[in-house]
Each structure stands twice: as C-alpha cells, then as structure tokens.
Design a binder for this molecule. Structure first.
Ligand code: HEM
Ligand code: HEM
Length: 493
C-alpha cells in the first residue's frame, strides 16, 4: 500500500467544482446586470413593474457580493481544499468513511443554506451588515458548515502520512481559524422577539453592539473577510497549483513563512481604514492607516515569491494559458495590494472614500487576482480529476485575453470615474459654495459606467467560455493518465 500511488477520492472536490462554475456565472451575471443598471437606470424595471422589487439594484447588490464571494470563491477554495489536502498530506478521503461523510455533509448543508440565502436576499431580508447580511438562523447554519470544514481539515491532518505541513495547509488553517473568529464576533446578535416578544419576526435580530462599536466590529470583520476569504485561501491555492503546473519549486520557503506570519500579524489591525474621518477614535484610524501601508510588505512577499517561482522558465508564461492566468493573478495581487495601502492614506482616502475608485480597487483584486486564480485552479484540477485532457487550450487562451481586457476596462473606468467624482464633490468657489450638484457628477459618470458594464460583460463572456471548456473536458475530451500531464513538486504530491 505504502509503495503504490494513492487513489485519491475527488467526490467532494467535484461537487464543489460544479458549484464554482455555476455560481460564478450566476453571481457575475448579477454583477453585469448591476453594472448596466447603474449606466441605464431603466434596466431596474426590465423584468416588468411587478417583478421590479426583486430585480432592482438594492436587492441584487447583496445577492451579487454574497454569491461571488461566498458562492463562487468559497466553492473554488473548497474544491481546491478537497483536492490539495489529500495530495500534500498523502492520504485519501476514501480511507475514512467518517471524513467522506463529513465532506459530503459539508457540501449539501452549504447548498441548502445557499438556497435559503438567495431567497432571503431577494425578499430583502437582511441584517444590513455588508458581507454579513444573513439573519441569525443562517448565521447558525454557517457555523455548522464551518465546523464541518474544520473537521475535514484537522481530520485529514490527523491521519496524514506526510509529516511536514506544506505551506498551503498553513494558509487553509489560517483561513479556517480567522473566519470562525470573525463570523462569531461580528454576528453576536439578539433575536428581536427576545427583546420585545410579539414584535417583529422570529428570524430578525439586532446586533449586540451599538453605534461606533458596531461599525468598528463590522469593518474589522469586513476587512478581514477580504484577508481571509479573498486572500489567504487563494495564496494557499497558488502555492500549490503554480509549482505543480510549471514544474518549478517554490522560489523561497523562508519567504513564504515570513510573508505568512507578516500577513497574520498585520491584517488584523488594518480594518480601521474603512472608517477614516468617522466617529471612531482618531488613534484607531491612524493605526488602521499605518498597518495598511505596512501590509504591502507581506502581500508583496507572497506575490514576488510566486513570480520568482517562474525564474528561468518565463517561456512557459508565453506558452501556457493556464500559467498566464496564475501569473496575471499574482500581478493583480501586487497591484491591488499597492492600490489599497495608497487608498488607506488619510489624505488620499478623503478623496477616494464613497467613490467608484474603491469599487475599481475591489474588482482589480476580485476579478484579476481572485477570479483568475479560482479559474486556474479548476483548469489545473479538471484533467487530473476527470482523467481527460483540457478540451481546448486555444479557447482557454482566448478566454484569458477577453477577461484580461474586461478587468482592464472595469478598473480603469472606475479609477477615472472615482477620481472625477471625488474632485467634483470637493470643488468650491471662493465663498465655499459647492461648484457642482450631485446630479452633475452622475451625468459626468455615465460614459465610465457604460465602459465598466462592457468590461464586466466581457468578463462574463469569458466565464461562459470557461464553463463550456470545462463541460467538454469533463464529458468528451481525450482520456489521459495523470502521468502524461506535466507534473512535479510540491513534495511530489
Ligand atoms: C494591502 C492590502 C490592502 C489594503 C491595505 C486595502 C485597503 C483598502 C482601502 C483603504 C479600502 C477603502 C476603504 C474605504 O474608504 O471605503 C478598501 C476597500 C476594499 N478592498 Fe481593499 N485593500 C487591500 C487589498 C485588497 C484585496 C487583495 C482585495 C480583494 C481581493 C480587497 C478588497 C476590498 C474590498 C471588497 C473593499 C470594499 C469594502 C467596502 O467598502 O464594501 N482589498 N481596501
Ligand atoms: C462580471 C464580473 C463582475 C461585474 C460586472 C461586477 C459588477 C459589480 C457592480 C456593478 C457592483 C456595484 C458597485 C456599486 O455599488 O457602485 C459590484 C460590487 C461588488 N462586487 Fe462585483 N462584479 C463582478 C465580479 C465580482 C467578483 C468576481 C467579486 C468577488 C470575488 C466581486 C465583488 C464585489 C464586491 C465586494 C462589491 C462591493 C464593492 C464595494 O462595496 O465597494 N464582484 N460589482
């Protein structure tokens, strides 16, 4: 047994993979609708007056953010976990009936919760905390889903054959622990019927924190949701998939550890940058700003480590669309983690806050870094899971360029829109009267909103190409053995 290659069981990885593709398309379709709604408000009622309540911007926005972050990205992360975990720990899920059961329960309870979440958001039932919109029964369900994932992580680690823990596992553990803590603290809430029986609905709750404290906890959560859902698990993925796909060892393990502890220490203090010029104590705002600037170091530590992994092998970037996705992802990671600290400087934030420049920052990270890396992970895993080669590499290449163009149109238009907005809002004459009314700024933004909508639509077109390529790969592509595929480190797994 020890000498034979292990037969890994990808049942759960596959389930999450299907969901990644499906929710990726749905969540981004909603993003595209939002983008067109902002450019042409008439689109808000495009499904007819009666349905307008369910399709207007206010209802669809949280549906977009939650479905792409907790649907598309988390499913991609979990698909990758159920693949990478077995391989770097050198243990198969088939060896433990219990862990197999936990993995399947993890998926199906998550799916059930997702359906209830979609319905509740469409009906406007939310706790109104951004990225944490769910009411208390769903928050409780999320705890169960998270605990199941934790059992899977520590269960597999417990029965592993490989003694040392590859760096990706560190990042998965950090994701698990940090999100558990963030979720519990930010969702400390009391059901309304406990405070005032007979008033309000059974599912509604109010936060245990009030005013400024509530805002502080919310943005400590919000910023770290970026850190531990949109960053650490994605780093876990790239540390595995890039070396595997390129056949190159990670450039520096020391740098990977240094960057890991740097991220862990610095990220948790930076949330104050969301509350600059608010009622939060001044020293906390300054601390948020300072830690955000320091955050460039560990962020770039990981990104540079990825880029240098390709040292001497840059021809692979030209030759392989899959490596292109990963190298572009690291590049966008560097880009958004330079842009974020700049926006966290108080004088810059005074201009940028509330403007579309922030939305641009969100999406160069979300589409360029996170989206590309999730797509790359699926493309790497599919041939190994389904034992069929990628259906069309040229389609993958076309998808890469269309989506890259989409991201560029998205963030450049939002930069121009945001800075224009910020400048117009603060412009005044010599008596201190504002030079422009709000509607003046809206009129100026129209062309940029249209360009963003075109960029987003291109990205979505790429998602359809991705889904088609994956579907053909799973069903009708040439059968291959894993040994035929380029395959090397990490740790031979
Ligand atoms: C060094 C790392 C980073 C720093 C210091 C940073 C800093 C910032 C700042 C200053 C804001 C604007 C706050 C405001 O005025 O409203 C912001 C917003 C945001 N950033 Fe970053 N950022 C970083 C990396 C990233 C990455 C990699 C992503 C995504 C992949 C991301 C996603 C977001 C999101 C989603 C928001 C919007 C939050 C909201 O208002 O709803 N950030 N970030
Ligand atoms: C086709 C792709 C996408 C399009 C067209 C799109 C479009 C949009 C639009 C129009 C908004 C509302 C902006 C506003 O309120 O002013 C938005 C918000 C947001 N989207 Fe997307 N999106 C896409 C993909 C994604 C992905 C993949 C992610 C994350 C992984 C993401 C995360 C977010 C977040 C966090 C916000 C809230 C930003 C903030 O509050 O500052 N989006 N998106």
């Amino acid at each position: 047994m020890e000498n034979r290659p292990l037969e890994y069981d990808y049942t759960v990885a596959k389930l999450f993979m299907y969901n990644t593709i499906f929710v990726g398309i749905v969540g981004m379709l909603v993003g595209v609708i939002l983008a067109w709604q902002m450019a042409f408000p008439g689109v808000n009622t495009f499904l007819g007056v009666n349905l307008a309540e369910y399709t207007n911007f206010g209802r669809l926005r949280p549906l977009h953010t939650d479905s792409v972050i907790y649907g598309f990205v988390l499913s991609g992360v979990w698909s990758s976990w159920y693949y990478i975990g077995q391989r770097v720990l050198k243990v198969s899920m088939a060896e433990s009936k219990f862990l197999m059961f936990v993995g399947k329960a993890h998926f199906w309870i998550y799916m059930a919760a997702s359906i209830v979440i979609v319905i509740s958001l469409l009906f406007g039932i939310t706790s109104s905390k951004e990225y944490s919109e769910f009411e208390w029964p769903l928050d409780a369900g999320i705890v169960i889903i998270w605990v199941l994932w934790g059992i899977s992580i520590f269960g597999l680690i417990g029965i592993r054959r490989e003694k040392s823990l590859y760096i990706s596992i560190w990042y998965f553990i950090a994701t698990f622990l940090a999100v558990a803590m963030l979720h519990i603290f930010n969702n400390a809430e009391v059901p309304t019927w406990l405070i005032a029986p007979g008033v309000g609905s059974w599912y509604h709750s109010v936060s245990m924190y009030a005013g400024t404290n509530d805002a502080l906890v919310q943005w400590w959560f919000g910023h770290n949701a970026v850190a531990f859902v949109l960053t650490t698990p994605i780093i876990a993925m790239i540390y595995y998939f890039l070396p595997k796909e390129s056949g190159q060892a990670v450039y520096s393990y020391k740098l990977s550890l240094l960057a890991f502890w740097g991220l862990m220490f610095v990220y948790l203090w930076a949330g104050g940058h969301h509350l600059l010029f608010s009622t939060v104590p001044d020293w906390m705002q300054t601390m948020g700003s300072v830690f955000s600037v320091v955050l460039i170091l560990p962020s770039w530590g990981s990104a540079i480590n990825m880029l240098l992994t390709m040292k001497g092998e840059w021809q692979q970037v030209a030759a392989s669309p899959l490596i292109k996705f990963m190298i572009m992802a690291s590049t966008f990671y560097m880009f958004s983690t330079l842009e974020g600290p700049i926006q966290a400087i108080k004088s810059v934030n005074a201009l940028a806050h509330f403007t579309d420049w922030i939305v641009g920052h969100v999406h160069d990270g979300a589409l360029g870094w996170v989206g590309f890396m999730v797509i790359a992970a699926m493309f790497h895993m599919a041939p190994r899971i389904f034992k069929r080669e990628i259906y069309s590499k040229s389609l993958m290449g076309t998808q890469f360029w269309i989506q890259t163009l989409g991201v560029i149109l998205y963030f450049t238009s939002m930069w121009i829109a945001g800075i224009t907005q910020g400048m117009m809002w603060r412009a005044h004459d010599e008596f201190g009267n504002l030079a422009y009314s709000f509607i003046d700024t809206v009129a100026v933004l129209h062309p940029y909103f249209t360009i963003r909508a075109v960029g987003g639509t291109l990205y979505l077109v790429g998602m359809f190409m991705f889904a088609y390529n994956m579907y053909k790969t799973m069903t009708s592509s040439r059968v291959v053995e894993e040994s035929e595929l380029q395959n090397a480190t990490p740790m031979g797994a």
